[in-house]
Design a protein around this ligand. Structure first.
Ligand code: DOR
Ligand code: ZN
Length: 346
């Protein structure tokens, strides 16, 4: 196969930030993607319907002329979130999901949830109205090894929440373990998982062996090879419960290349080419469209995009910018560490 045409994809987990960073990274996504689920972990976070409406306006104002893009807004769940505000934001069509960050789990998660009983009322309301909960699935207990935090979260937090509120529709985001894949695989209803591009490509050795590579550090951190292989199998299986959420998360280089570096891989620019490479390696190019363009829309009850994009196989390695200058500092584009022979046709 030397070219493949897909429905225009959606990114069901994306960090766009705000201000100068937003202006620089938004075109990188909008060039290839029709829509994205927009993460609310700004400072301060996007907590209320009013916050989400204002952020959506800022995103649309930052979109270059001639580009189309539909930001699918989310609310950041706090212990003070008002179920009525969430319901109104959903009813108006503004908000497509609520995001649960366990407090302290990742970038700007300080306002997240400590006591899960305190959000029970919101979760019940969401189950009633069919509004999905997007979950950052890691416990934050200091005695739990960082490589075990996802598996422990499933047992201690996710499964109890789902048992207490079985009608709640949940997206386990950026799954990084075979444990996560097994948990989703056992479940018939109301549970899906997003998988990032970078977790299909790197394992923990890529971050740590032979020198520390800060641009591969993200959360949840990449795990052992056996987990990467389980993610690849799930993503390329054609199973509708798995879809793309890149978690593309820009941080300026000086904060990545730092004694206490920020978590996040910036993959918006080359995600589609990298996914064509990965799906090609797995002999699953015919399943790429399901993963990037159909399964996520179906889970969120959105119409499939009518527009198409074409990926072409290249004879010489495709060239991507190594870095992008932004008004908030230079950012580094994810480097898979191998030549890629696919590119999106302009
Ligand atoms: O690596 C990550 N970066 N993981 C997250 O959960 C948050 C994100 C960010 O906002 O930088
Ligand atoms: Zn994220």
């Amino acid at each position: 196969m030397t070219q493949i045409t897909l429905r225009r994809p959606d990114d069901m987990h994306l960090h766009l930030r705000d201000g100068a960073m937003l202006e620089a990274v938004l075109p990188e996504t909008a060039r290839h993607f029709a829509r994205a689920i927009i993460m609310p972990n700004l400072v301060p976070p996007v907590v209320t319907a009013r916050d989400a409406a204002a952020y959506r306006d800022r995103i649309l104002a930052a979109l270059p002329d001639g580009m189309a893009f539909d930001p699918l807004m989310t609310l950041y769940l706090t212990e003070a979130t008002d179920p009525a505000d969430v319901a109104a934001a959903h009813a108006s069509g503004l908000v497509k999901a609520v995001k649960l960050y366990p407090a302290g789990a990742t970038t700007n998660s300080q306002s997240g949830v400590r006591d899960f009983d305190k959000v029970r009322g919101v979760l019940e309301k969401m189950a009633e109205i069919g509004l999905p909960l997007c979950v950052h699935g890691e416990v934050t207990d200091s005695d739990i090894d960082i490589f075990d935090r996802e598996a422990v979260f499933i047992d201690r937090v996710l499964d109890p929440i789902r048992r207490a509120t079985p009608g709640l529709r949940v997206v386990m985001e950026h799954v990084t373990t075979k444990d996560g894949i097994d948990y989703i695989g056992e479940t018939e209803k109301n549970l899906a998982g997003t998988i990032t591009t970078h977790h299909l490509i790197i394992n923990r050795n890529h971050i740590l062996a032979g020198g520390i590579r800060p641009h591969y550090y993200c959360l949840p951190v990449a795990k052992r090879e056996l987990h990467r292989l389980a993610l690849r199998e799930a993503a390329t299986s054609g199973d509708k419960r798995y879809f793309l959420g890149t978690d593309s998360a820009p941080h300026p280089d000086h904060l990545k290349e730092h004694a206490c570096g920020c978590a996040g891989c910036f993959t918006a620019t080359n995600t589609m080419a990298l996914l064509a490479h990965v799906f090609g390696e797995e002999g699953a190019l015919d399943r790429l469209e399901g993963f990037t363009s159909n399964h996520g829309a179906a889970f969120y009850g959105l119409p499939a995009n009518e527009d198409r994009i074409t990926l072409e196989k290249t004879t010489t390695p495709a060239r991507f910018p190594a870095k992008i200058d932004t008004g908030a500092g230079t950012i580094t584009v994810f480097d898979p560490g191998f030549p890629v022979h696919w590119q999106v046709r302009d």
